[in-house]
Design a protein around this ligand. Structure first.
Ligand code: SF4
Length: 382
């Protein structure tokens, strides 16, 4: 399995909580697409495998690409890669970019999964976060996507927004569940350094919701979605009828992926790399045929940590046999020792030979990971 990720680094405006890499000026969009295509051609010459299982356009806001720009990108991808007939092709979109024509164009071009950034169905939340759309546009976007023929529709929601109560959150979740979704991702708001929200938090202009409310929101989310037949398969992700995100599963199962565009990450099974997080630096580098990425070879301990971080996010958990085979006896003993206590107290459980965090206990995943990293030897400190 291998996945391809394209980072489209443009947004109409800056959401106040966001620390992704993006630019609010689309002045260089055409030039950026030229560079992106050059990067795909150049990297292929380096011998990247040409079989691809998934394609994911993320950002930024990929739905700021027009039909012609999408055609140019897909044309080059088709020349460089072979996709299976049932390859998952996802595009992230903002609701205000979606009308029937655009959505039908996406379907015709081969996208079979759409991820709509709705975040909340409450106007006050959207205004506070400085989203570029209304709640009604969010709802209409999902309905229009279904009418345009998308059967695999996912949306993002955010909870723990300052001023959001449990009741508000329940209303957003209920609205989401009234729509034709196959998947839902829900993230707790975080105050990332450098964002407007973090600045306001420091200045006491807004306060994070309490830990107790956060937990109640998470439980409500889980309960409501499970009642409606969604499978809680990853900390923040729920799927109906088996529609798990195949692209994200590539990340969570340690399979290779190739990322193109500024700030995009790649992993070839041995080496990790990440592109420069600067639009100008990226475009200048590509134009001059200079490297735009940094590369590192993770050591055994780092690979073990990566494996825990990704596998324990999912309900399938970590495989002790795999840990012994891949990372050796000493690391395996460290894992067993750390997991033993959690298994005993019921925070982790064994299923089909794998050790997973018990459903409902995912809120303390970070704590468990730290313990599993450090137990037995300070060598494994996170
Ligand atoms: S649209 Fe998405 S990527 Fe752009 S600023 Fe908002 S959250 Fe960040």
């Amino acid at each position: 399995m291998a996945g391809i990720y394209l980072h489209i680094p443009f947004c109409k405006q800056a959401c106040r909580y966001c620390d992704f890499f993006f630019s609010v000026s689309v002045r260089y969009k055409t030039q950026f697409v030229d560079c992106l295509l050059d990067e795909i051609r150049l990297r292929k010459q380096e011998g990247v495998d040409n079989q691809a299982e998934t394609l994911y356009l993320g950002g930024g806001t990929p739905s700021l690409l027009n039909g012609e720009e999408l055609d140019r990108i897909l044309d080059v991808l088709h020349r460089q890669y072979t996709f299976g007939n049932d390859a998952e092709w996802t595009i992230e979109c903002n609701p205000d970019d979606l009308d029937r024509d655009y959505l039908e164009g996406l379907r015709k071009r081969g996208f079979n999964r759409i991820s709509i950034g709705i975040q909340s169905f409450r106007e006050e939340d959207l205004k506070l976060m400085r989203r570029s759309h209304t709640a009604e546009q969010g709802e209409m976007a999902v309905l229009e996507a279904a009418r345009a023929g998308f059967e695999n529709i996912t949306m993002d929601l955010i909870y723990g927004i300052p001023g959001q109560t449990l009741r508000h959150w329940e209303e957003s979740v209920s609205k989401a569940l009234s729509l034709p979704l196959s998947h839902l991702s829900a993230y707790h708001l975080t105050f990332e350094p450098g964002t407007v929200f973090d600045h306001w938090r420091i200045k006491n202009r807004l306060s994070p919701v309490s830990e107790e409310t956060s937990e109640q929101m998470y439980r409500l989310l889980r309960d409501q979605l499970e009642q409606e037949g969604f499978d809680h398969y990853e900390i923040s992700n729920f799927a109906r009828n088996g529609n798990i995100s195949e692209h994200n599963m590539i990340y969570w199962t340690g399979n290779p992926y190739t990322g193109y565009g500024p700030s995009a990450h790649s992993y070839d099974g041995t080496l990790r790399s990440w592109n420069i997080s600067s639009l100008k630096g990226y475009m200048d580098g590509i134009a001059r045929d200079e490297p735009v990425k940094e590369v590192e070879r993770p050591n055994l301990t780092e690979k073990y940590h990566d494996y825990l971080i990704t596998s324990l996010r999912t309900r399938w958990g970590a495989d002790p046999d795999y840990i012994r085979e891949q990372f050796g006896q000493e690391i395996h003993a460290c894992f067993e020792k750390g997991a033993e206590r959690y298994l005993r107290e019921g925070t982790m459980w064994l299923q089909e030979g794998k050790v997973a965090i018990t459903p409902g206990k995912w809120l303390i995943t970070d704590h468990i990971l730290r313990e599993l990293f450090t137990t037995g030897s300070s060598k494994y400190e996170f």
